[in-house]
Design a binder for this molecule. Structure first.
Ligand code: SF4
Ligand code: SF4
Length: 377
C-alpha cells in the first residue's frame, strides 16, 4: 500500500470513530509561530500555562525522532444546551464556558487519537507516532491551521467553515510521509466583532491575545483576581465565550455529534450559593469530570463569589460572612470582603467591621478597609 492509499484509509477510518475533521501537514518547524511566541513573551502576554521552551512548541523533531508529517483532528462541540435549567426567582447561577461542558475534552480526544494510532500501527507496525492534546508542546491551533482544518481567527481560535470555532483540536506527529493538505486562507477580512465584544480588550489586532487580561485565563488562576477585572467577569465561573459567541461564522453553529459532550445544565450553569459551601468530595463528585475543574475547587469558589457580587445577591451575605470569618484561604477571604462591599447593607457593614478588628492578613484587611470606605460613603 502506498502512502496516499494509507492516507485515504486513515481519513475514512477517522469518520467511523467520531472525528469530525482531519487534516495533514508536514513536520517542518512552525517558523511564523515562533516569531509570534517570542513577541508574545516580550510583551508579557503569556498565560504561564504553556510549555516554557518556545523551541519545543515550534519544532516537531524535538518531540519525535525524524518526523515526517502531523495529523490534525477536530471534534465539533455543542454551543447550546439541549436541556435548559428552570430558573426560579432569586436563584443565581454561574456559567461554565462551552469548552467545559460534558466530559473533559482531553479524555475524548485522547480516546480518538489512541484509536487512530492503533489503526495506523496495524497497517504500519514500524511507524513512530506521538499524539498530543493541549499539552502546551506543539500549538494545536498552528498545526490545525497549517493542516487545512480552519483559519486562525482574530479571536485566536481556529475557525472551521463547517463547525465555526466550536471545535476541540488534537494532533499526532508521525514518521509517515503523508502528503500535506492546503492551509486555509484567513477569512476574517475586515470583521472585528470578537475584538469589539471582548469585555477586557484582551484581543490585540493581528491575532494576539493578552492572557493576563483574558477572562478565560483569569478564571483559571489561583490568586486574587485584580480588581479591575472583577466586574467584567460577570457570572462566568470558568472560561469566557464572548469572542466565540460574537463571531458571525459561529452563528447558528450547534452540533451534537458526541453524547459525552452534552452539558448537564446543573453543572454547566450551577447554582452559585451551594458552591460556596461545597466540600472537596462534593466538588469532585459534581465537577471532577469537566475540564473546568482542573485547577481545583478554590478558584471556582472565588469566581462564584465574584458572580454573586455581580448579581448583588443579598441572600448570599451570610455565606460570605462565614467565609470572611472562618475560611483559611486568604484569596477567598479577600474576594468575600470585596463582594460584601459590593452587595452592601447593614449586616455586611457590621461583619466587615467586626472582622477588621481581628484580621491578621494584611491583604484581607486592606480589602475590608476598602469595602468599609465604600459602604460608609
Ligand atoms: S475569552 Fe473573553 S476575555 Fe478572553 S479574549 Fe475572548 S472575549 Fe476576551
Ligand atoms: S469575529 Fe470576525 S474577526 Fe473575530 S474571529 Fe470571527 S470572523 Fe474573525
Amino acid at each position: 500500500m502506498n502512502v496516499d492509499q494509507l492516507k485515504e484509509q486513515v481519513i475514512a477510518y477517522s469518520k467511523t470513530i467520531g472525528i469530525d475533521k482531519i487534516g495533514f501537514t508536514t513536520a517542518d518547524p512552525f517558523t511564523e509561530l515562533k516569531n509570534r511566541l517570542i513577541r508574545q513573551q516580550e510583551l508579557g502576554f503569556q498565560s504561564g500555562f504553556e510549555e516554557p521552551v518556545i523551541e519545543k512548541r515550534v519544532t516537531p523533531s524535538l518531540l519525535l525522532q525524524e518526523p515526517r508529517s502531523i495529523i490534525s483532528i477536530a471534534l465539533a462541540y455543542p454551543s447550546k444546551m439541549k436541556v435548559r435549567v428552570e430558573g426560579r426567582k432569586g436563584e443565581r447561577r454561574g456559567f461554565f464556558s462551552r469548552a467545559s461542558w460534558g466530559l473533559d475534552y482531553h479524555h475524548i480526544l485522547r480516546d480518538r487519537l489512541k484509536k487512530l494510532e492503533e489503526f495506523i500501527l496495524a497497517k504500519v507496525p514500524e511507524a513512530r507516532l506521538k499524539s498530543m492534546v493541549d499539552t502546551g508542546e506543539l500549538s494545536d491551533r498552528a498545526v490545525a491551521q497549517r493542516a487545512g482544518i480552519g483559519w486562525s481567527g482574530k479571536n485566536c481560535g481556529v475557525i472551521t467553515p463547517e463547525f465555526g470555532s466550536y471545535v476541540y483540536l488534537g494532533e499526532m506527529i508521525t514518521s509517515i510521509p503523508f502528503s500535506p493538505d492546503t492551509p486555509m486562507e484567513d477569512q476574517c477580512g475586515s470583521c472585528t466583532a470578537c475584538l469589539d465584544a471582548c469585555p477586557t480588550g484582551a484581543l490585540v489586532q493581528g491575532g494576539q491575545i493578552n492572557a493576563q487580561s483574558c477572562i478565560a485565563f483569569l478564571t483559571q488562576t489561583k490568586g486574587v483576581i485584580p480588581e479591575e477585572f472583577r466586574d467584567k467577569i460577570g457570572n462566568r465561573v470558568y472560561g469566557c465565550d464572548s469572542c466565540q459567541t460574537s463571531c458571525p461564522v459561529n452563528k447558528g453553529k450547534d452540533f451534537h455529534f458526541h453524547e459525552e459532550m452534552e452539558a448537564d445544565p446543573e453543572i454547566a450553569k450551577p447554582l452559585l450559593r451551594p458552591m460556596l459551601k461545597m466540600s472537596n468530595r462534593e466538588f469532585k463528585n459534581k465537577f471532577g469530570h469537566v475540564s473546568g475543574s482542573w485547577r481545583g475547587k478554590k478558584p471556582i469558589q472565588r469566581n462564584a463569589i465574584i458572580s454573586l457580587a455581580h448579581f448583588k445577591d443579598e441572600t448570599s451575605i451570610p455565606d460570605l460572612i462565614d467565609i470572611l470569618e472562618n475560611e483559611t484561604s486568604p484569596v477567598l477571604k479577600e474576594t468575600a470582603a470585596w463582594a460584601l462591599g459590593k452587595i452592601g447593607g447593614d449586616t455586611a457593614l457590621a461583619a466587615l467591621e467586626k472582622v477588621k478588628a481581628v484580621e491578621a492578613d494584611i491583604n484581607v484587611k486592606s480589602e475590608i478597609e476598602k469595602s468599609l470606605l465604600k459602604l460608609r460613603n
